[in-house]
Design a protein around this ligand. Structure first.
Ligand SMILES: [Fe+2]
Ligand SMILES: [Fe+2]
Length: 293
């Protein structure tokens, strides 16, 4: 967090140092289910969750479980013609699935299980916008065959940044110690996902001005935060407020934009910041939710 805030104060985003290029083979070698068997689940149940934590964990679990649907859309684009992308997607979907499962277990042991129908409900709520985006992405990937993977990776990078921030924020603020450990473990994998997307986007954008123009145009017009296609706006805003709270949250949002802005052709973009502001303005005057367990 301090490092991200420092970047928000104008220091260059040290992407190369903090997020070294990911060798896909190394990624495949170390990919694993997030470890949960050694967590003290009895302590987790005793320490319980606040109402905000129940909401955010449920939200993130639903989004993690939606990864396979997002992957199906990606496989319908020309990005899936790259063998490295296919290898990454396979491992990525595997890790994200177990994030969702681990979070669902936290809710269950704390007496707040996800509804049986929860995953189905998210699928059903997949908005028209998300379905249109799926078709649009597929068409765009055919039109911009060689350049499309740059867009897909830049978009993935900012989503993984948000996911990392959500888990780091939860780890930093929760009083539930096993949950904090779990969140730090998930955040470690999310940072690796970010690194792969970010470095892939940088490489592809650097070699194509056309990819830069297309990526910038699409992202500045159509980018929305994680979950926006499948969750109602008030839930997206609440998740954003919890993930990027207060002035520090605005700094982290600005740091994310600065990092994406460090990609070739993307300088000065405002992607997350405007949504963090909207979420905070929408929630102005609301009180923190009381503890639920
Ligand atoms: Fe995840
Ligand atoms: Fe991820």
């Amino acid at each position: 967090m301090a490092q991200q805030a420092a970047q928000a104060r104008g220091q260059a985003a040290p992407a190369d140092r903090e997020f070294p290029a990911v060798d896909i083979n190394k990624f495949l070698d170390i990919s694993a289910q997030v470890e949960v068997d050694d967590l003290d689940w009895e302590l987790c149940a005793r320490q319980g969750l606040t109402a905000d934590e129940i909401f955010l964990i449920g939200y993130m679990s639903n989004i993690e479980n939606h990864t396979i649907i997002y992957m199906r859309e990606m496989l319908a684009t020309t990005a899936a013609l790259e063998s490295e992308v296919v290898a990454f997607l396979s491992m990525w979907n595997y890790e994200e699935f177990f994030h969702g499962r681990a979070l669902a277990r936290v809710l269950e042991v704390c007496g707040q299980p996800l509804a049986e129908s929860s995953i189905r409900d998210v699928r059903k709520k997949t908005g028209l916008r998300e379905r249109v985006e799926g078709v649009f992405s597929s068409i765009l990937s055919v039109v911009y065959r060689k350049d499309y993977p740059a867009l897909y990776m830049a978009w993935g990078a900012i989503n993984e940044f948000s996911a990392t921030q959500a888990y780091e924020q939860l780890a930093a603020t929760t009083s539930n110690q096993p949950l904090a450990i779990l969140c730090r473990r998930i955040a470690k994998q999310e940072r690796r996902h970010f690194a792969w997307y970010f470095n892939g986007a940088r490489e592809r954008l650097a070699r194509s001005p056309r990819a830069q123009r297309m990526t910038r145009a699409i992202m500045t017009r159509f980018f929305t935060p994680v979950g926006a296609g499948v969750k109602p706006v008030h839930e997206v805003d609440r998740a954003m407020r919890l993930t990027f709270p207060g002035a520090a949250g605005l700094e982290v949002g600005a740091a994310a934009d600065a990092r994406i802005g460090a990609l070739p052709g993307m300088s000065g973009v405002d992607l997350l910041t405007k949504f963090v502001k909207r979420a905070q303005e929408t929630g102005a005057g609301t009180r923190p939710a009381p503890a639920a367990a």
